[in-house]
Design a protein around this ligand. Structure first.
Ligand code: S3P
Length: 452
């Protein structure tokens, strides 16, 4: 009998220049939201450019189990026939969110003000991630829950029968917490107010507005305050998903590091709540030209022309964290290949991502021969310039897609190849990462080992 391996190791080695023009898949955050808002709207929402990755397919399954009808059309668009705000039916089975923190946290919000009971589970990594951050505000709406101690999955949520609107002051800048609260507010009477210490990605607010919700945001005494009126009637929309800047980060950074590279990445989301990496790379000396800036149905997009560059280490301020929260692993790789010291501050949230990303990066980089200093909420990388990294390490990825992709990019510029223990996690966000990178010229290979 042939058993398909559930981990797929991979490796990368010193690469020829990356050259060409490419498009990365649709933005993960916008894709999740388009499915959830489509399911909450009346009528047919059509989504173009949806990210068809494991995480988003999990959200499609979740919305289907709550009563929405969702199908893929010819020409690659998706149709969602929504049930309307307040129209969810009780799921008949446990909803498994796999590896997706965004999926489970947003869906918990969407069901918290409906009188239904739902049980949610996830994989090993998701079961280690805190859900208390969304359960606390959702309880204020009147929802109740039973979870593993400490607020971990699996958990069962009973939505509020008579929800009340809330004012919630969040201590962390998290778009997932904000979105859970805003989605819950849709089926509560009156105005819900959410305050966050700094501005996190605002795709939920933009999309809610375009679906017809009454929502506004403003900065008050350096806090970002978002208000949303409940009992909203959402109208189905046509959604165009731009390329994911967090996925574009990998070919961008690889092209900057591999000498002689010149790569154009088309149609990348340029929302200013997501652009911290490009700002940081430019401060390090990166040649990135932003061309053809335009508006794609409510989200700014552009094409990015990237040329390999000599980069220097810098100090990355804590205020920038929310705008590049998912990009620190690949930035740490770039910093290792740059000249001088790069200090990344304010990284506490990285400890509770798909893996503890400060630990994962510090461990993998030091095993590859890079000098690292780690504190509870910072990472310092000492770069010795191009060609200085030994490599030759076998990297533990902790089933974290961004750790796997980051180290595969590192191996393109190390003296000895880099092995990663698993590339299967990459399917959660960037299913064609390896083929796209290979087409640009990157020397990355999978080791498929079928067990018999
Ligand atoms: C996301 C928000 C971020 C980010 C995640 C996607 C979203 O998480 O890390 O990959 O789509 O709202 P936090 O809100 O927890 O920072």
């Amino acid at each position: 009998m042939t058993r398909v391996a559930n981990v797929i190791p991979g490796f990368s080695s010193c690469s020829k220049p990356l050259v060409g023009s490419t498009k990365v898949p649709g933005d993960k955050s916008i894709s999740h939201r388009s499915i959830i808002l489509g399911a909450l709207a009346i009528g047919e929402t059509r989504v173009h450019g949806l990210l068809e990755s494991a995480d988003v397919l999990g959200t499609i399954d979740a919305m289907t189990s709550l009563g929405a009808e969702i199908k893929k059309n010819r020409h690659d668009s998706w149709s969602i026939f929504g049930v309307g705000v307040g129209g969810f039916s009780e799921p008949k089975k446990v909803i498994d969110f796999g590896n997706s923190g965004t999926g489970v946290r947003l869906v918990l919000g969407a069901i918290a003000t409906s009188p239904i009971v739902a049980t949610c589970s996830g994989d090993r990594s998701l079961s280690l991630r805190p859900m208390g951050r969304v359960l606390e505000p959702l309880q204020m709406f009147g929802a109740s829950n039973l979870s593993r101690s400490g607020g971990f999955l699996p958990l069962t949520l009973a939505g509020a029968k008579n929800p009340i609107p809330i004012t919630y002051v969040s201590s962390i800048p998290s778009a997932q917490v904000k979105s859970a609260v805003l989605l819950a507010s849709l089926n509560a009477p009156g105005e819900t107010v959410f305050k966050e210490p700094s501005r996190s990605r605002d795709h939920t607010e933009r999309m809610l507005k375009s679906f017809g919700a009454e929502i506004s945001s403003e900065i008050q005494d350096s806090e970002c305050v978002i208000s949303c009126n409940g009992y909203a009637e959402l109208n189905a929309q046509e959604v165009f998903v731009p390329g994911d800047p967090s996925s574009a980060a990998f070919p961008i950074c690889a092209a900057l590091m591999v000498e002689g590279s010149k790569v154009k990445i088309l149609n990348v989301c340029q929302n200013d709540t997501r652009n911290g990496l490009v700002i940081t790379l430019k401060e390090m000396g990166a040649k990135i030209h932003i061309e053809n800036e335009r508006n794609l149905h409510g989200e700014p997009v552009a094409d990015l022309l990237v040329t390999s560059s000599d980069l220097k280490g810098i100090d990355v301020p804590a205020e920038r964290v929310a705008s590049m929260i998912d990009e620190y692993p690949i930035l740490a790789v770039v910093a290792a290949n740059a000249d001088g010291k790069t200090v990344m501050r304010g990284l506490r949230e990285l400890r509770v991502k798909e893996s503890d990303r400060i630990y994962s990066m510090a461990k993998g980089l030091s095993e590859s021969g890079v000098k690292i200093e780690e504190t509870e909420d910072s990472l310092t990388v000492y770069g010795n310039g191009p060609g200085a990294i030994a490599g030759g390490a076998k990297i533990k990825t902790f089933y974290d897609h961004r750790i796997a992709m980051s180290f595969l990019c590192l191996g393109l510029v190390t003296r000895k190849p880099i092995m990663v223990d698993d590339c299967k996690s990459i399917e959660t966000s960037f299913p064609n990462f390896i083929s796209l990178m290979k087409k640009l010229g990157a020397s990355i290979e999978l080791r498929i080992e079928n067990e018999s």
